[in-house]
Design a protein around this ligand. Sequence first.
Ligand code: GSH
Length: 202
Amino acid sequence: MKLRYSPTSPYVRKVNVVAIETGLQDRIERVPTVTADPASGLAKDNPLGKVPVLITDDGMRFYDSPVICEYLDSLHGRPKLIPSEGMARWTVLRQQALADGVLDAAVLRLLETRRPSTQQSTDWIEKQRGVILRSLDALEAEAKDLNGPATMGQIAIAVALGYVDFRFAGDKWRDRRPTLAGWYETFSQRPSMTATVPRDPS
Ligand SMILES: N[C@@H](CCC(=O)N[C@@H](CS)C(=O)NCC(=O)O)C(=O)O
């Protein structure tokens, strides 16, 4: 399998964490991809022009990250990250949707701050910041239940918190969310998390 990636994409990090947790990382060849470069050929693999894209050995193209993660989870014999049925499944999928929504808001906020200052919308930046903080409040309310073996929901939440730390450390989200902070402190020490910490390319 091949994985199109860019180094700081949190959606790619989610896939990489899943690959490590499921023991599949050595079966994935990494293809660095500059999303803005038409010569990368990305649009042929994903018309949305986004990473991650997983290209299977028989030529299937999978996106976006929830689909890739569920596909990888179907390929291994370890305990599943996504329960196959029942309320446990819907809870994990909802948690992933919430965490991915935090990523979406964080990326929108980051991109806005990178526009020329005269073109930036403070309202837009504040709206996305509000989405992030409100979602982290919701996660704080359910953090006491984030226990037991790793799930796709937990991975997505941890990756989202890691991305907020990476891009918006000034938000100090831990200050009013002690249960979530305590859970993250432990979860972020998993080898899959420490091996995938985002860093700006130097
Ligand atoms: N919902 C998608 C989001 C993927 C996404 O937004 N990727 C960003 C990188 S962080 C991207 O490729 N952006 C390029 C673009 O939008 O042109 C997923 O979960 O995979």
